[in-house]
Design a protein around this ligand. Structure first.
Ligand code: ZN
Length: 54
């Protein structure tokens, strides 16, 4: 599964971890996050995220 990075604050969404603070369980792909989900750090929506290559 791909990681995604916030273009605004550089926080990385890692599907292996999910977003416990946002009620997202581990194993949820970025594409499957609800449209209401926002960056836990800066609060922007999913459109502000880019694929993160490591
Ligand atoms: Zn952010």
């Amino acid at each position: 599964m791909k990681k995604y990075i916030c273009d605004v604050c550089q926080w990385v969404y890692d599907p292996a971890i999910g977003d416990p603070d946002g009620d997202i369980a581990a194993g949820v792909d970025f594409e499957n996050l609800p449209d209401t989900w926002v960056c836990p750090i800066c609060g922007v929506d999913k459109t502000q995220f880019s694929e993160h290559e490591e």
